[in-house]
Design a protein around this ligand. Structure first.
Ligand code: PA5
Length: 364
């Protein structure tokens, strides 16, 4: 029997400004982890500097193998490096790796728990194909296997939810790539990120009242509605995907995401009917100053087709560096999903449905 609701505390909108009423019910300290993200990013960067390296060779491609909260760091890497790396980054959320993986591939195998079966299978596949590996994990079977096999290991601190560990699961990959001379200028990017997140948490944190807090305000708009998050290919797409996952896992609520310009070729046609469904949708558009000018034009025109939705919110990435901009929207989505969990009376940490599924699979 699965209990979908975990907190049982129903908090009214006004109580968002009284953290003392809901923080005690945050059993996995998700709010605390969000607040501590800047320090986590700084610590994660240092871990990547200290990690053992795979062989320095002319890699032809990079694969990040992981699932859920451990895979999103791969998407951050893919989007962040698209204009900087001369080789492709592919995120693999599956048991098997693609055929192109060979001894010219660098595979980051990422699992916070170290026990996700698809990721462990991908680890074995990568080794069988002769790829070079780096494992990122807080322990589990992946940690044991990496140690036994002499695979470079980034040992992440245990004790937080995987999706609250994006700093640990992503930033060491940048450090490793820079140390292999595949990237440069990362220290300045990470400094800019840490400083910007410290500034943003002052706006998004629980002590900032609703009127000045965009995350709390948006959570109120999304309450009782169906969030549909639209990002932009190559810039805010990873933030849109992250928002969807965070609303699902933290607020235990449905959410969907898509990207411009692709959504202009299908999804907008679906805004004609049925009215009662469309009226429950709240659109969130995530923008970046580097979005293509034609995409900006598309957004303006698209707004005229989606009047049946209950509302639209727009946010533009902020920050001194590309990395900071990428994370600025991720951070807003993380906090929004936590406040939405509070409004739904749900403990944001536990994901019993996922745990139940893994336990069932473990028995078979
Ligand atoms: O957020 C979560 O808990 C999940 O999305 C997990 O990250 C996912 O199930 C994979 O587990 P792990 O990150 O331990 O490999």
């Amino acid at each position: 029997m699965i209990e979908y609701r975990t907190g049982g505390l129903v908090v009214s909108e006004g109580q968002l400004d009284s953290p003392g009423t809901y923080l005690p019910f945050d059993s996995m300290q998700m709010f605390r982890a969000a607040w501590e993200l800047p320090a986590q990013c700084a610590a994660a960067w240092r871990l990547g500097q200290e990690a053992a390296l795979p062989p320095a060779k002319r890699y032809r491609n990079i694969v990040v193998a992981g699932l859920g909260g451990s895979a999103i760091g791969g998407d951050l890497l893919r989007v962040f490096t698209a204009g900087r790396l001369g080789i492709p980054v592919v995120v693999n959320r599956d048991y098997r790796l693609p055929r192109f993986v060979d001894d010219g591939t660098l595979v980051f195998v990422v699992s916070y728990s170290g026990n996700t079966e698809e990721t462990l299978s991908a680890y074995e596949d990568a080794r069988a194909k002769g790829a070079s590996l780096v494992a990122l994990t807080a322990g589990g079977k992946l940690g044991e296997r990496a140690k036994a096999d002499g695979v470079p290991l980034v040992a992440i601190p245990a004790g937080i939810a995987p999706r609250a560990a994006t700093g640990y699961l992503f930033l060491p990959t940048l450090a490793v790539l820079e140390r292999l001379s595949l990237l440069e200028g990362m220290a300045a990017e990470v400094d800019g990120l840490v400083q910007h997140l410290e500034a943003l948490r002052g706006q998004y944190g629980p002590d900032t009242p609703v009127e000045q807090n965009p995350a709390k305000k948006l959570a109120k708009s999304l309450y009782g509605r169906l969030p549909v998050i639209w990002g932009v290919a190559g810039t805010t797409e990873v933030a849109a995907q992250r928002w969807k996952g965070q609303i699902n896992e933290n607020a235990k609520a449905p959410a969907y995401w898509n990207v411009f310009p692709e959504l202009n070729h299908n999804e907008i046609v679906g805004f004609e009917q049925p009215g009662e469904v469309l009226g429950s949708i709240w659109l969130v558009i995530l923008r970046d100053p580097e979005d293509h000018p034609r995409v900006n034009l598309r957004m303006e025109i698209t707004r005229s087709f989606v009047g049946a939705a209950a509302g639209i919110s727009e946010f533009t990435a902020s920050g001194p560096t590309r990395l900071a901009r990428l994370y600025s929207l991720v951070y807003l989505g993380d906090y929004t999903s936590l406040y939405l969990a509070v409004l739904y009376g749900t403990d944001p940490g536990p994901v019993r449905v996922i745990d139940h599924l893994k336990a069932e699979l473990g028995r078979m």
